[in-house]
Design a protein around this ligand. Structure first.
Ligand SMILES: Nc1nc2c(ncn2[C@@H]2O[C@H](COP(=O)(O)OP(=O)(O)O[C@H]3O[C@H](CO)[C@@H](O)[C@H](O)[C@@H]3O)[C@@H](O)[C@H]2O)c(=O)[nH]1
Length: 316
């Protein structure tokens, strides 16, 4: 069995590759010439890399024709919400064109490849108080260009399944984190700031944005197991929430991370970290996915946060 992981050098891609190797699957991953390699350096003897610009249909067609994968985990994306306000067109183009190019190549070669699409709880956007925990039937009220790009990716998956019978499973993943999480994202950003203070690299002040937002975090290692199960047991054309079913305010996340450290730290709001519109609450109902695949989260949030801070402590 051969799996293609787009964005293999990223946070989720590197964990996906580790999971697939443990399952005995042959792993090929896409990289671009400017991809960082530190997350997958330890895997290079066991995986193959293919340089591919997903935005370029010729590049994608040549990759798919050569590799003819049984499975695709489509994880490559511009995934940071604030970047999508600075470069909305680039976010939408990158996330949407890459997926269309993959679907078109699979369709043209007539392959039976099973394809997982990484959709996002950001698609739900403005959620009303009586709508939590959020089910897949909730209306989508996206609040950022990133969310729009994910709505498009999600519905393209539906459409290519209906129009051409492609085996596409759409996973709607709520926030996820763990070791190697990029330092822009809130959990890693706070953990790294704390560790930089511990190491004396910066004064004892932690800068934060909106602490009132509520998010539902799942450990990345549980998430990649979910992506595998989505293609093993999920129904083509369907969408499934992957979530923990619990949510924390960002101020609770900050308090938890601070509790792992001995140093005294002052908390300051950095206005540059506030967004034009922020999703207030994301709390997912994962029953549909559980019923289809048996998946449930296993790693508690406290353990994920401990592993994350230890990850940053171990960095040079
Ligand atoms: N990044 C960041 N966020 C902060 C900060 N302070 C508060 N926040 C708040 O923390 C929340 C989480 O921010 P992110 O970690 O940047 O994630 P996100 O915007 O929720 O998006 C993530 O989850 C999506 C799934 O819901 C993913 O699709 C997306 O790629 C990303 O992983 C947001 O409400 C944000 O305003 C800060 O200093 N930095």
């Amino acid at each position: 069995m051969k799996a293609l992981v787009t964005g293999i050098s990223g946070f989720v891609g590197s964990h996906m590759a580790e999971f697939l190797l443990r399952e005995g699957v042959e792993v090929v991953g896409t990289i671009r010439n400017r991809s960082r390699m530190d997350h997958i350096a330890h895997l290079l003897k066991d995986i193959r890399l293919a340089e591919c610009e997903l935005r370029d249909p010729f590049s994608v067609e040549s990759l798919i024709g050569t590799e003819q994968p049984d499975l695709i985990f489509h994880l490559a994306a511009q995934s940071f919400v604030p970047t999508s306000w600075n470069s909305p067109i680039d976010t939408i183009h990158n996330n949407v064109a890459g997926e269309v190019n993959l679907f078109e190549a699979i369709r043209r070669f007539g392959l039976g490849t099973r394809i997982q699409i990484a959709c996002s709880s950001e698609e739900y956007g403005q959620v009303e108080p009586d709508e939590t925990p959020i089910r897949e039937t909730n209306p989508l009220r996206p609040l950022s260009p990133y969310a729009i790009s994910k709505v498009a990716q999600d519905y393209l998956g539906y459409q290519y399944h209906k129009s051409y019978g492609l085996h596409v499973v759409r996973t709607i993943t709520f926030n996820h984190t763990g070791p190697r999480r990029g330092e822009n994202f809130v959990t890693s950003n706070f953990a790294k700031q704390i560790v930089d203070i511990e190491k004396g690299k910066k004064p004892p002040v932690i800068y934060v944005g909106n602490l009132d937002a509520k998010r539902d975090f799942t450990d990345v290692r549980d998430v990649v197991r979910g992506y595998w199960l989505a293609l093993e047991k999920g129904k083509p054309g369907e969408n499934y929430n992957i979530a923990s079913g619990k949510c924390y305010t960002i101020s609770e996340v900050l308090a938890l991370l601070l509790s792992f450290s001995e140093v005294k730290i002052e908390v300051k709001t950095d206005p540059a970290r506030l967004r034009p519109s922020d999703v207030e609450i994301l709390l997912g109902d994962y029953r549909k996915f559980n019923e289809a695949t048996g998946w449930a989260p296993e790693i508690p949030f406290e353990k994920t946060m401990e592993d994350l801070i230890e990850y940053w402590r171990a960095q040079p």
